[in-house]
Design a protein around this ligand. Structure first.
Ligand code: ASP
Ligand code: MG
Length: 407
């Protein structure tokens, strides 16, 4: 007997038929003798609808009431899933965040999990009951409903698997696993049987949208075995595991891309100590995430150019902030470019191989693609290029690193 957590995303519970289909998966595990805790998302599109209602009610709404509204999508699907399971002869009951309880801090709309008390849930599971948990939500120390941030039900599921010491956390979704690259762009992309936590973490934060980044972090810290698989097809998915569970590593395991960043260049920045702090301090204070940064050496000994990327959604704010501080920072002009894409190659095998980045640069050079910004870490190389070349670059790199499916 194994104890497993099965998480169903929005498209897997989009209507009653799909909930029935998901319930069949649960039934199969129960019939096989497993103890099952289910975590559900809201029906596809429902959370967007609720967020929209809140914004229409008031753009400057109370964050606690936002959570009260948007958490309701998961309350509905957890109840429906429990009912459908019962019609199949399976004992089931729903658990809302406050009923487990899943305790969080009180950072409403982006709360962090502090602790999950699983005593009641374990009791019921030992009696053969399937615990159907509303994902995405928790309860603060003053008893108010909180939510974990968009896409947070992945995090609910992994946290619950850790708290229940589950053997596995299955994330059922509308894709059948993690691919070497986005198969909508690279038709020769392959599904990976296994991927390491570290690689998955990079893939998720660099743009692959299968799992919420936080959930991967949590899985890595608590060594939760996560499987990403399709709720519509009956075949194994991708296992996210520890590095030592993979015998031999490809040098590059996957390629990710992100179109959500924009490039900002500050021309003729005064080349003096403290200038980087003067630029990035105000951005940090405004809660703006800066990603890639390059600073050139100054040719004249007096000024230099500084280039960095921020989320496209923050671009206008950043532009206004910098113009506001132009005199104090001391620079010539701001140039904004949102026509860029970040492409990243990822692989733990990179640690022990030389020339990995070089292959990336020469592959792009052969296609006449200009690299605008480069950043690296131990297991990834990211470059920024013009958006128009995204697809060409992804396909060329996929071939160059030997990732193409055969046949
Ligand atoms: N329903 C929430 C959202 O759409 C949480 C989730 O599905 O992961 O963000
Ligand atoms: Mg999701």
């Amino acid at each position: 007997m194994a104890r497993i957590v099965q998480k169903f995303g929005g498209t897997s519970v989009a209507d009653l038929n799909r909930i029935r289909n998901a319930a069949e998966r649960v039934k199969r595990a129960v019939d096989a003798g497993d103890q099952v805790a289910v975590v559900v998302s809201a029906m596809a599109g429902e959370t967007n609808r609720l967020v929209d209602l809140v914004r229409q009610a008031s753009p400057l709404h109370d964050a606690r009431e936002y959570d009260a509204v948007v958490a309701s999508g998961e309350q509905v699907t957890s109840g429906l899933m429990a009912i459908v399971l019962q019609t199949m002869g399976i004992q089931a009951r729903s658990f809302q965040g406050w009923q487990m309880p899943l305790k969080t801090d009180n950072a409403h709309s982006r709360a962090r999990i502090l602790e999950i008390d699983t005593t009641l849930m374990r009791q019921r599971m030992d009696e053969g009951v399937v615990a159907v948990c509303a994902g995405f939500q928790g309860v603060s120390n003053v008893g108010r409903i909180t939510t974990l941030g968009r896409g947070g039900s992945d995090t609910s599921a992994v946290a619950l698997a850790a708290a229940l010491e589950a053997d596995r956390c299955d994330i059922f979704t509308d894709v059948d696993g993690v691919y070497t690259c986005d198969p909508r762009i690279v038709t020769k992309a392959r599904k990976l049987d296994r991927i390491t936590y570290e690689e998955m973490l990079e893939m998720a934060s660099l743009g692959a949208k299968v799992l919420q980044t936080r959930s991967v972090e949590l899985a890595m810290n608590h060594r939760v075995r996560v499987q990403v698989l399709s709720s519509f097809e009956d075949k194994p998915g991708t296992l996210v595991v520890d590095e030592d569970e993979i015998m031999e590593h490809e040098v590059v395991s996957g390629i990710a891309y992100n179109r959500d960043e924009a490039k900002i260049t500050l021309r003729r920045v005064a080349d003096r100590p403290g200038v980087a702090a003067a630029i990035f301090g105000p951005l940090a204070d405004a809660g703006i995430n800066v990603d890639m940064i390059v600073q050139n050496v100054s040719a004249d000994g007096e000024t230099t150019d500084m280039t960095f990327t921020v989320g496209k959604a923050d671009l206008d704010r950043v532009n206004a902030l910098l113009k506001d501080k132009q005199a104090t920072i001391g620079f010539g002009e701001v140039i904004c470019d949102s026509g860029v894409v970040k492409v990243s190659i990822i692989g733990v095998g990179m640690r022990s191989h030389a020339g990995v980045a070089q292959k990336m640069f020469s592959t792009l050079a052969e296609r006449g693609i200009n690299i605008q910004v480069i950043s690296t870490s131990e297991i990834k190389v990211s470059i920024l290029i013009a958006e128009d070349y995204a697809e060409l670059a992804l396909r060329a790199l996929h071939t160059a690193y030997g990732l193409d499916a055969i046949g």
